[in-house]
Design a binder for this molecule. Structure first.
Ligand SMILES: [Zn+2]
Ligand SMILES: [Zn+2]
Length: 168
């Protein structure tokens, strides 16, 4: 028995690579991807991040900065309860609009089951948290940094995977 070095799940068996244990190849590949993200040099990552942060909002087409704004919704009735989290790249105004909408929706539709009554206040709080403590447009959030790093690693890999005939 051991702990997966990638997803931290407790696993029987699994695979072992370079002395570290993983659930399966997918977990190992995730770990490799994260390592590549962490290894990106700052002088490549930071300009890309600043560029992404300064983009116009894809939702309202107005000037940025944009960042990842998260909103949370809960719908419940008697024994059915559904919650969803939306993470979208947009400006602060669009982010707040989505968070207020999600808070209002949850306030109306979240509490109609026993678990819903317990969860609705938290879902509303998460949205308020996003409005007041989420990305403020001054500095890019960690989530946006991760998105840019992920795109950079993916692009890098796609370039490497391109057949030589097209690559030269
Ligand atoms: Zn795992
Ligand atoms: Zn917008």
């Amino acid at each position: 028995m051991g702990i997966c070095a990638s997803c931290k799940a407790i696993k029987f068996g699994g695979i072992k690579v370079d002395g570290a244990r993983y659930c399966n190849d997918a977990c190992y590949q995730n770990a490799l991807f994260r390592q590549e993200m962490l290894a990106l040099p700052d002088d490549i990552l930071q300009p890309m991040l600043a560029q992404m942060h300064a983009k116009d909002c894809p939702k309202c087409k107005r000037h940025g900065p944009v960042d990842i704004h998260s909103s949370f919704m809960l719908y419940s009735i008697i024994i059915i309860s559904r919650h969803s989290a939306t993470h979208q790249l947009c400006c602060k105004a669009c982010g707040v609009k989505a968070q207020l909408g999600a808070a209002l929706f949850s306030a109306l539709c979240g509490w109609r089951s026993i678990s819903g009554v317990l969860m609705t206040p938290f879902v509303i709080l998460f949205n308020l948290w996003g409005i007041f403590l989420g990305p403020d447009g001054k500095t890019p959030s960690k989530q946006l940094g991760q998105l840019v790093a992920r795109q950079l690693v993916q692009t890098n890999r796609d370039l490497k995977a391109r057949p030589a005939a097209f690559g030269q």
